[in-house]
Design a protein around this ligand. Structure first.
Ligand SMILES: [Zn+2]
Ligand SMILES: [Zn+2]
Length: 310
């Protein structure tokens, strides 16, 4: 199984177009020790020929252009694409807007939870994806589904499971109180498995906390790509950029007693990679003490173009 990080940043990317935080200013200035990053998306393939997108970011066109494996094969005709399916984990703009870039008559299968499919169905702009070319398939929680395109199996299965999270910002209902109207299926994690070898990994780019059910699910996994949005819960507050904590945004922090590093300790996850890293996160500064701490705890920080084979 081939796994490629197309985009490793959270919504907004790195640098974010309107941001002058220290990280954004430094990466924009081309200072050493920084890599620009596009918004969160992963491509996965069983055979290296047919690819599945995990989330479709607003930077998808640029990501495809930077990835030779996602270019149309010269042998396959005038209009063709190796992208055969897309799975989205929630309705966030940075995870679904790239679907609109796939409107050029590409035939692929779109997978999401029933809740997220309902959000897409309620937004008529997504009708640009003709359902005859782009069938939409609901993922039932806790059930492995074989990924297919045009009735042909892609050699991969996906299982979606609810994770603690938050509804997309544009769907929040202030009248619903602190939960803002969030329900099961608004944010899911994915387990992607090679149907033949059984090799599997988890993709969880948005997660508000690791509860007992999630910890049990991840125990002993070979690879987890996990929410690395913020280093500390109040990071955006402290930098004067937002009035929201990470928890309010539905994102666990890397550090601290409730953070991801602490939560994964003792779970025996072989390879742990932070994805969906926000531009304010100090780990994006390669010589920072925070970056050193994360790496000392056995985590990697994803970068655009990172390749992993399972
Ligand atoms: Zn996001
Ligand atoms: Zn910034």
């Amino acid at each position: 199984m081939f796994i490629r990080i197309l985009g490793s940043a959270a919504g907004g990317g790195f640098p974010q177009l309107n941001c002058n935080c220290r990280n954004c200013a430094d990466v924009r200035a081309g200072k050493p020790g920084f890599r620009p990053r596009t918004q969160s998306s992963v491509a996965v393939s069983r055979d290296g020929q047919n690819w599945v997108l995990l989330n479709a970011s607003p930077d998808l066109r640029q990501q495809i252009a930077a990835t030779p494996a996602l270019a149309p094969s010269r042998q396959s005709g005038l209009r063709t694409s190796p992208i055969k399916a897309a799975v989205v984990t929630n309705g966030d703009v940075d995870h679904v807007a790239g679907l609109l870039s796939l409107r050029e008559g590409i035939a692929f299968t779109l997978y999401a939870s029933q809740r997220v499919l309902a959000t897409l169905a309620a937004n008529s702009i997504f009708n640009v994806l003709d359902e005859r070319l782009v069938p939409r398939v609901a993922l039932n929680a806790g059930q492995a589904t074989e990924l297919t395109a045009g009735g042909i199996g892609l050699g991969l299965t996906v299982e979606a499971f609810p994770v603690p999270g938050k509804i997309a910002l544009y769907l929040e209902d202030p009248a619903a109180g602190p939960s803002l109207g969030s329900q099961a299926g608004d944010t899911v994690g994915l387990r992607i498995a090679d149907a033949a070898s059984g090799a599997a990994f988890f993709y969880i780019p948005g997660c508000a906390g690791v509860d007992a059910a999630l910890a049990a699910r991840l125990r002993g996994a070979r690879l987890v790509l996990f929410d690395g949005t913020l280093y500390t819960d109040a990071e955006m507050l402290a930098q004067g950029l937002s009035a929201k904590t990470g928890k309010r945004m539905g994102h666990i922090s890397m550090s601290g007693p409730d953070g991801a590093i602490a939560a994964f300790r003792g779970l025996g996850v072989e390879r742990r990679v932070f994805v969906h890293v926000n531009n304010t996160n100090p780990v994006l500064r390669e010589d920072s003490p925070e970056r050193a701490e994360v790496e000392a705890a056995g985590w990697a920080v994803a970068f655009d173009g990172m390749e992993i084979r399972l």
